[in-house]
Design a protein around this ligand. Structure first.
Ligand code: XIL
Length: 583
């Protein structure tokens, strides 16, 4: 119910990136039966020559289409460009077309290519292009990069032997909408900074470790970061392996530059991370699990506790007062949590070197050392694969946090990494994280990224943007959710693929950027009371019960008897989508 309400409010201002587009070929001015040349790109010369011609639509709808039968590898249909040059084409950044296949194996890969003359506009990795195209038209969208050529020959098709397909409506699209990052109102952080109800929201990104670019204020990488985000985290710079590569020898250079960048631009910092099995102290363990440091002798429990204490204390003291929150322990849970099915309050810890040599209480100790080193820092536990209610690992995570709190361990924040893929069920995330409010801890999305299925597919970018938006709406709605941190800046530099982040390799914003910015803007405006609540004319019949929201859209009472409305505390509420003042 609450959700419906929020969606209703947001629908009005949903942004659609304006897209410029032109049709290159819809084949309507060709004649049925016209042969289309095939270019054999690498002279593969199969036994059956590849053939293409103009036919009618195999699905029976009106219209002419291009029909291709590949007999050899690397053959592409050759079409004459009319009235447009390679230079003009290079102003667009996407190509879309409709694809139809009479057959389609379930496990074959196909490569899509197109180009002008000898230059490829798009030359991709293998993909499951056929999927969904068997017996029906599907839309495909790919990114293109500029080609300099004076040729008027346009090439398009699949790099595959023995493949039959139809193409139609080949269009070029300029995906959008740029933004002016020097105009605050066009950035993410300007709007995030205006939000104070129900709580402040941190909008953050991981700063990639190629520090030379990101710490130079004149570089577009740094500018993109400090203009858009109010909190940053080092993607690698503060991991134990980087900070203490040799016992007792600390190397602060990269991490300090990150903190300096943040301080120059008034951004908060998340520290990531103090204790982990991966990228951990290389002189303690070769793989995070084996106790094979110390010249092969390994360390005993007391020694490892001392090592943890020294590392945590030295690092947190060095950054005292400069880091808002620390991921004290990262990824301590095992992936297999089937234990929760038989023992619903339990969890399994990962058998890292810390756990096997010290025991479970390495967690307790780490938090206590951290709290002593910097009592003002907010101490987080952080993990992946525990994002959605109902997943065993999510239950285990909840159990673990409750156990630590019961032991009076100073855990103050719970991080959900959120390394996700297209098709996010935000309500499962909501159901998972809302219960942490009762534990008195704050929650953050700490490493969010959402992969698509095919690189450069604009429709998937739109779906991805909607997934990002839905998660941000959850984050905004709850007081105990503090940070919404995306794991990187541009797609090409992400640790995952395809296309998981908010910016393209050239720092141009993707649809997801606009989805987030508009959501932040609406929320800020709404909280400031600037925007009038829209009233839907077709209200359902009045029910005897009402859901009561505060002015920010947060549910304050569910299913209140209508007669009881006047007994609410004085204030402004939204009931039945109308503002109601109770005095
Ligand atoms: C990743 C970085 O993005 C990569 O650059 C690095 O090579 C490996 O680590 N969970 C975490 C992050 O907590 O620290 C990881 O970051 C991604 C998974």
């Amino acid at each position: 119910m609450n959700k419906t309400f929020i969606t209703l409010l947001c629908a009005a201002a949903t942004m659609t990136a304006t897209a410029d587009e032109i049709t290159l070929f819809d084949f309507e001015d060709f004649n049925l039966g016209d042969a289309v040349a095939m270019r054999d790109y690498y002279s593969e010369d199969g036994t059956t020559p590849s053939k293409a011609e103009i036919t009618s639509d195999p699905s029976g709808k009106a219209g002419k289409v291009l029909h291709v039968k590949n007999g050899s590898w690397n053959t592409l249909a050759e079409l004459p460009l009319q009235g447009i040059t390679a230079e003009e084409i290079s102003e667009y950044d996407l190509i879309t077309f409709d694809l139809y296949r009479p057959d389609s194996e379930t496990d074959d890969y196909r490569q899509f290519r197109c180009g002008i003359g000898d230059g490829f506009l798009h030359d991709v990795e293998n993909e499951f292009l056929h999927q969904g195209a068997k017996g029906q038209w599907v839309k495909r969208t790919y990114s293109i990069s500029p080609v300099s050529s004076t040729s008027d020959k346009f090439y398009i098709g699949f790099n595959s032997v023995d493949m039959e397909y139809y193409l139609d409506n080949i269009r070029l699209v300029s995906s959008s909408d740029d933004y002016d990052m020097n105009n605050p109102e066009e950035t993410l952080r300007y709007h995030a900074d205006r939000i104070t109800v129900p709580a402040k929201i941190g909008i953050g990104c991981a700063v990639p470790a190629w520090n030379d670019e990101v710490v130079n204020d004149n570089n577009i990488a740094a500018q993109t970061i400090y203009n858009n985000f109010n909190i940053v985290v080092g993607e690698n710079q503060m991991k134990p392996a980087y900070l203490q590569p040799k016992k007792g020898e600390f190397s602060w250079w990269d991490a300090d530059r990150l903190v300096n960048l943040a301080q120059r631009h008034d951004m908060e910092v998340r520290g990531h991370t103090l204790v982990w099995h991966s990228q951990t102290l290389p002189w303690v363990t070769s793989d995070g699990y084996k106790n094979d440091g110390n010249g092969g002798k390994g360390y005993n429990r007391e020694e490892l506790l001392q090592i943890l204490k020294d590392h945590i204390t030295t690092v947190m003291t060095h950054y005292k007062g400069k880091i808002r929150e620390w991921d004290v322990v990262n990824e301590c849970l095992d992936d297999n949590q089937s234990i929760v099915y038989s023992q619903p309050t339990k969890y399994n810890l990962r058998n890292s070197v810390w756990k096997t040599v010290i025991g479970e209480d390495y967690l307790d100790s780490a938090f206590v050392y951290a709290h002593r080193a910097d009592p003002d820092a907010i101490l987080y536990i952080n993990d992946y694969g525990a994002d959605f209610k109902g997943d065993a690992k999510s239950e285990a995570y909840y159990n673990l946090v409750k156990r630590l709190l019961k032991s009076n361990i100073p855990v103050q924040g719970v991080g959900f990494q959120c390394h996700l893929g297209l098709g996010v069920d935000a309500s499962k995330f909501e159901n998972n994280v809302k219960r942490y409010a009762d534990l008195g801890v704050e929650v953050s999305l700490t490493e969010l990224d959402i992969t698509t299925w095919n690189a450069g597919d604009y429709e998937q970018h739109i779906r991805q943007g909607e997934d990002y938006r839905a998660l941000l709406e959850v984050a905004l709605k709850y007081k105990h959710i503090r940070n919404f941190v995306v794991w990187g800046v541009t797609d090409d530099k992400s640790w995952r693929s395809p296309d998981p982040l908010l910016f393209k390799s050239n720092y141009k914003p993707k649809y997801a950027f606009f989805a987030l910015r508009n959501t932040l803007e609406e929320w800020a405006d709404r909280a400031a009371g600037i925007e009038d609540i829209e009233v839907d004319e077709q209200l359902p019949e009045l029910s005897p019960y009402v859901d009561v929201y505060d002015i920010t859209g947060r549910l304050v009472k569910q299913q209140l008897e209508r007669e009881q409305i006047n007994s609410l505390d004085p204030g402004l509420y939204i009931i039945d989508r109308k503002k109601i003042l109770i005095r």
